[in-house]
Design a protein around this ligand. Structure first.
Ligand SMILES: *[C@@H]1O[C@H](CO)[C@@H](O)[C@H](O)[C@H]1NC(C)=O
Ligand SMILES: *[C@@H]1O[C@H](CO)[C@@H](O)[C@H](O)[C@H]1NC(C)=O
Ligand SMILES: *[C@@H]1O[C@H](CO)[C@@H](O)[C@H](O)[C@H]1NC(C)=O
Length: 283
């Protein structure tokens, strides 16, 4: 039997063993200390840009070098309609991030938000040279306000008269195709009181150019989802979907194991499986 040459082993001759630093030696602790010291020195200090109000289940989007966040459940419970914007393309002191508080929208959470460019906004009820923020659904079900818009030029909100595609929908994600403006609303659920069935959305497409829902496909038990994340791949011209959990009753979430990123080809109207290589540099 031959032992591997380099493996430290109890059979190694004493002269070889002395080369290893014993875990209890001062040199060992000094090395560990220096390692963490260097790590601390080279790691950038995280930027502290806390929101004007802490909250969860808010909707957010990024548009024209600004980050927008609206609605949600504040730490103190209840709900909020607050809309805040953070400038991303100029520097600000970390102690006072450049948040701006804008006009409040609907009191809603677990909804989704996308931006709409001026050239795609003809169906949104007013004109805006700066475009719009569009919020979709959420909880409590925003009756007669399933689609709501914030006009970035006038700084005012309006509810669209577009019929709601569902009684209620929460936990969905939304993404817009930058070329067509079409908004792809994926996933989401609404648990009606028993014995009524719950509602699950797979894909609803909204056109801001006409202010209409152009298509809707309900989810099944096999493909319903809540808390997924969708993003537009400008290189592949498709929607990449990173799933969250099955849409079951709150408190009983059932996480979906991500073995592959799902992809929706908006041109062909097809769902595909995007093989995961654990290296998402193509996005
Ligand atoms: C930041 O982006 C906005 C919108 O694109 C632009 O109007 C503004 O000039 C930019 N500011 C800086 C400092 O680059
Ligand atoms: C939108 O509708 C909600 C009721 O669902 C209402 O509370 C809110 O005031 C409306 N917003 C506007 C801007 O009219
Ligand atoms: C989602 O699917 C699960 C089973 O995978 C089912 O228990 C649940 O009722 C479904 N929810 C909706 C909203 O369809």
């Amino acid at each position: 039997m031959t032992l591997p040459r380099q493996a430290p082993s109890q059979f190694a001759p004493p002269s070889r063993q002395r080369r290893y630093t014993s875990p209890s030696s001062p040199t060992f602790y000094l090395t560990i200390f220096l390692f963490f010291l260097i790590l601390t020195l080279i790691t950038p200090t995280p930027t502290n840009a806390q929101l004007p109000m802490s909250r969860r289940r808010a909707a957010f989007t990024q548009y024209n070098n600004q980050f927008f966040i609206q609605g949600g459940i504040p730490a103190t419970a209840g709900g909020t309609g607050d809309l805040s914007a953070l400038i991303l393309n100029s520097s600000w002191p970390t102690a006072s991030p450049a948040w701006t508080t804008l006009a409040s929208g609907n009191w809603v959470w677990h909804h989704a938000m996308v931006s709409v460019r001026p050239e795609h906004s003809a169906g949104l009820g007013s004109t805006s040279t700066k475009g719009f923020l569009l919020t979709v659904g959420g909880y409590p079900p925003p009756l007669n306000a399933f689609f709501s818009v914030y006009n970035l030029q006038t700084g005012t909100w309006a509810n669209l008269t577009t019929m709601s595609p569902y009684t209620g929908l929460e936990g969905h994600t939304a993404v817009a195709d930058p070329a067509t403006g079409l908004v792809y609303i994926m996933g989401g659920y609404y648990n009606l009181n028993p014995p009524n069935p719950s509602v699950g959305n797979l894909l609803t497409v909204f056109d801001p150019k006409t202010g209409t829902v152009v298509s809707r496909v309900e989810a099944t038990n096999a493909n319903n989802m809540t808390g997924a994340s969708a993003l537009w791949s400008s290189r592949r011209k498709t929607v990449l979907l990173f799933e969250g959990s099955r849409a079951v009753a709150t408190g009983d979430v059932n996480a979906i194991e991500i073995t592959a990123v799902r992809e929706y080809d908006t041109t062909a109207g097809l769902w595909k499986t995007f093989v995961s290589c654990r290296c998402f540099a193509f996005v």
